[in-house]
Ligand binder design. Structure first.
Ligand code: PGA
Length: 242
């Protein structure tokens, strides 16, 4: 694992955006995996700025999002569909049909999971995954458990995750209890992984990840020890327990 500790969130975001833009200029039809959450907002702002300045062209890329809440309409401000349009897709020239996000509104979630896997299987080469990390170590919504799903599945969110995300909802009870997420096998199939984390709330899990040296299904992020191209970008607060 390569680890970069940046002075602050803006520097972290800039480094992540530079790596993503570099990948796209090397391979304009890159297949990317993208996260939601507070952590990537700065990275998306940087990428949008680079596009506005004519420094990067997103017209050939394909993106897969990690996850989506079940039951929120796409125009709900807390849905990840809304998030991606608001923070990135509306500001760049990605082709509409090239941005895949799991379907949290299907009447048949089993079928929705299979459909996402079928879309993932269309692309043999998956190039770069960007992800945040939960305070419990989750990647996407792969919550701590004795066994982890390989592929797209529905998940009952942990109380820890619901509490961490409650800040974005009017009432804590409004945080959906269930979600759909890409599984760990598909996450690991991306050739490069970038994990970003900022703030003191992430310091303990980052310490666990970087000093634990164990693969533990109760800390999904530790599965990245099995991957050979992982870059972790932190701000000083997230790195404060190292
Ligand atoms: P955050 O979420 O970026 O909002 O901290 C990260 C995650 O839960 O994966």
């Amino acid at each position: 694992m390569k680890v970069f500790i940046e002075k602050n969130y803006d520097q972290l975001s800039k480094r992540a955006a530079d790596m993503i833009a570099g990948e796209i200029s090397k391979k304009p039809n890159s297949v990317l995996c993208l996260p939601t959450g507070s952590t990537p907002i700065g990275t998306y702002r940087e990428l949008s700025g680079m596009y506005a300045a004519g420094k990067v062209d997103f017209s050939g890329i394909v993106t897969f999002n990690l996850d989506e809440y079940i039951g929120l309409r796409q125009d709900d401000e807390n849905s990840y569909h809304y998030f991606m349009h608001h923070h990135l897709f509306d500001h760049i020239n990605i082709k509409q049909g090239n941005a895949y996000i799991p379907d949290g509104l299907s009447e048949n979630m089993e079928e929705a999971c299979k459909n996402y896997d079928v879309k993932l299987d269309l692309y043999n080469e998956k190039d770069l995954l960007l992800t945040g990390i939960g305070q419990n170590g989750h990647i996407g919504f792969n919550e701590p458990d004795d066994r982890l799903f390989a592929r797209t599945h529905t998940v009952l969110l942990s109380e820890n995750t619901r509490a961490a995300n409650a800040r974005l909802f009017e009432n804590a009870d409004d945080v959906p209890k269930v979600a759909i997420t890409m599984g760990i096998a598909d996450i690991m199939h991306f050739k490069k992984m970038i994990i970003i984390a900022n703030g003191t709330a992430k310091a303990a899990i980052i310490k666990d990840l970087l000093t634990g040296r164990m693969v533990d299904t109760h800390n999904t992020s530790s599965l990245t020890y099995l991957h050979n191209d992982v870059t972790v970008i932190l701000d000083e607060e997230a790195a404060s327990l190292l």
